[in-house]
Design a protein around this ligand. Structure first.
Ligand SMILES: [Cu+2]
Length: 246
């Protein structure tokens, strides 16, 4: 009973924070960032859940997002930009356990479910794209992007060993601009790895001004180059209609 009441109070607080964030810049203590393109798992579920209610409260239509909401409540949805460990101190592989890569803290545990029906962003294998990383709060630091190995199994918990050993993309203090899908955003160009089918892009944002680090999974589908070069390489889950459900 007690814990249930506490969860409800937390949910109300999170909802309030989400509502406030629409109107005023959220405080740095509560807000940080994450990819809007390709959408992180938490951001894609947040968009899905808001669209499911026509822009109001959270009503996920994606089954994985719905289960995440049922398991972990609304906090990680309204705080989709706060998937972090405060005292990571650069020791990512020590502080993030295997199986918990997509949600290393208890609040985000619902996003570690091993399943292949999360919302995805379709990308072209090997394409040049522009990463868009929301910056609710700006922090100097480095972004490292990893890709899952060929043949990884989404029905098994995601482990460090499922990732290619070296990041395919690394950037430090990328440029910042306003006017992104969720306000200020970092942006930089990258070349995607050659992959096919369902993969996870795993991003680690390591702050250089504090021990904090952010850990996010973006679920993506790689296609084999059938798209034209002008289309930018893919569609974003954030536009809603283009979720590639399987
Ligand atoms: Cu922050």
């Amino acid at each position: 009973m007690r814990s249930r009441r506490r969860l409800t109070a937390l949910g109300a607080l999170a909802g309030l924070a989400g509502a406030l964030a629409v109107v005023v810049p959220a405080s740095p203590a509560l807000a940080h960032g994450g990819f809007t393109y390709p959408a992180t798992r938490t951001y894609a579920c947040y968009v899905d859940a808001r669209e499911g209610s026509g822009g109001g409260d959270l009503q996920p239509t994606n089954p994985a997002c719905a289960d995440a909401l049922e398991q972990g409540g609304s906090y990680p949805f309204w705080n989709w930009f706060g998937n972090l460990i405060s005292n990571a101190n650069g020791q990512h592989r020590d502080v993030v356990p295997d199986g918990k890569l997509c949600g290393p803290t208890q609040q985000f545990d619902g996003f570690t479910q091993a399943r292949s029906d999360w919302p995805t962003t379709t990308l072209r294998s090997g394409a040049d794209i522009t990463f868009l990383h929301n910056a609710w709060a700006q922090h100097p630091g480095r972004f490292d992007q990893y890709i899952t190995k060929d043949g990884w199994d989404p029905s098994q918990p995601l482990t460090w060993d499922d990732l290619e050993p070296e990041p395919f993309d690394t950037v430090t203090d990328p440029p910042l601009r306003g006017g992104g899908e969720q306000g200020a955003e970092y942006y930089w160009d990258t070349t995607l790895p050659e992959k096919s089918g369902y993969h996870v892009i795993y991003s680690i944002w390591t702050r250089s001004d504090s021990p904090e680090a952010f850990y996010n999974c973006s679920d993506v589908i790689f296609t084999g180059g059938a798209q034209t070069a002008e289309d930018g390489g893919g569609t974003t889950a954030a536009t809603g209609a283009q979720y590639a459900l399987r």
